[in-house]
Design a protein around this ligand. Sequence first.
Ligand code: NAD
Ligand code: WQD
Length: 340
Amino acid sequence: MAILVTGGLGYIGSHTVVELLNSNYEVVIVDDLSNSEKFILKNIEEITGKKPVFYPFDLKRRELLTQVFDAHTIDGCINFAASKAVGESQLKPVDYYENNLFTLINILQEFKERGISNFIFSSSCTVYGQADQMPIDENTPLKMPESVYGKTKQMGEEILIDFAKAYHRKIALLRYFNPIGAHPSAKIGELPIGIPNNLVPYVMQTAAGVREKLSIWGDDYPTEDGTAVRDYIYVVDLAKAHVAALRKLMEDESNVATIDIFNLGTGKGSSVLEVVKAFETANDVKVPYQICDRREGDITIAYANADKAQRELQWKSETSLEEALRTVWEWQKYLGNRNA
Ligand code: NAD
Ligand code: WQD
């Protein structure tokens, strides 16, 4: 029996594949390499000493997906595959709806027809928008996200809830806060393709001299130092939460619909300036920055109440911000040497 990991060569997917293999799951990866590279597979094998099955194709191609389900006994899926650039999603809405929802529906068709349960979906704290109260727990009201990307996450959740209810299947919706960091081996991490949109990859490239200066988007927020606050969760901790959520779904042998929703964060908010300072301290490097206007669509503050995950999954974030940022720098050195 195997677990299908879509987008398993991507950033969070590759770290989760490592944790699954380390926990002795058989893994089948489908990834079209649209936002990842083949060397990640080799490095996963080096880290774990195991070889996951890998199919390089676009999940929109239902006929190829059917062949994967014919060839393997799939017992569950962790669905990472999606396009994730918020800005790009505004410019290419149809492509984002197509990639993020058609792929989901194709997998669910296979699940429906073959009676498979155990589906884990990569959702996002973006479904809460700017919440009225901190910290954000799972009962915090959802707000329709402003971005097309965010809407695909909220729609994906709705589709899965209907799927679970109608066919009595088990699903988990994992709402990640801000994943950061790389594997301690520095062999897998977030691949910076083009100019990074997210804070930590930009900080990493600025420290390395690839970018001249970090632009801090706004210092007039109503926070302690005026910069916006987020909950930065170490990617290996996040990956472990997937294994815990999968285990919980698989241990439940009832035939009733199960809809597990978990916020995955550290429970602690850090401001942009705090992240910059922590990166400098952790790695003994300088990150030149300038203060700019706010970025359109940004919220002021978001951090999780992750108590439910601790209670029901026996999972909690273990790694400090500084430790996570040290792995980012090791990963940058690995990438630098690779390109040299
Ligand atoms: P990523 O881009 O690194 O990984 C996604 C992987 O899916 C890539 O390897 C890409 O090649 C693959 N993929 C995309 N479309 C595909 C398709 N049609 N067929 C086959 N493969 C396809 O992204 P990530 O940061 O690892 O994010 C994983 C998931 O988590 C995504 O669903 C994302 O929306 C969600 N998420 C990410 C964050 C974050 O900040 N990174 C936060 C919340 C939620
Ligand atoms: C963090 C903070 C920026 C870059 C996005 C998505 C969200 C989720 C996570 C997937 C903000 C500031 C950033 C820079 C800066 N992804 N910043 N200079 O905005 O919380 O969320 O990624 O689901 O859906 O919207 O993360 O890393 O982009 O920004 O000052 O060059 O850093 O303004 O306050 P964000 P981020």
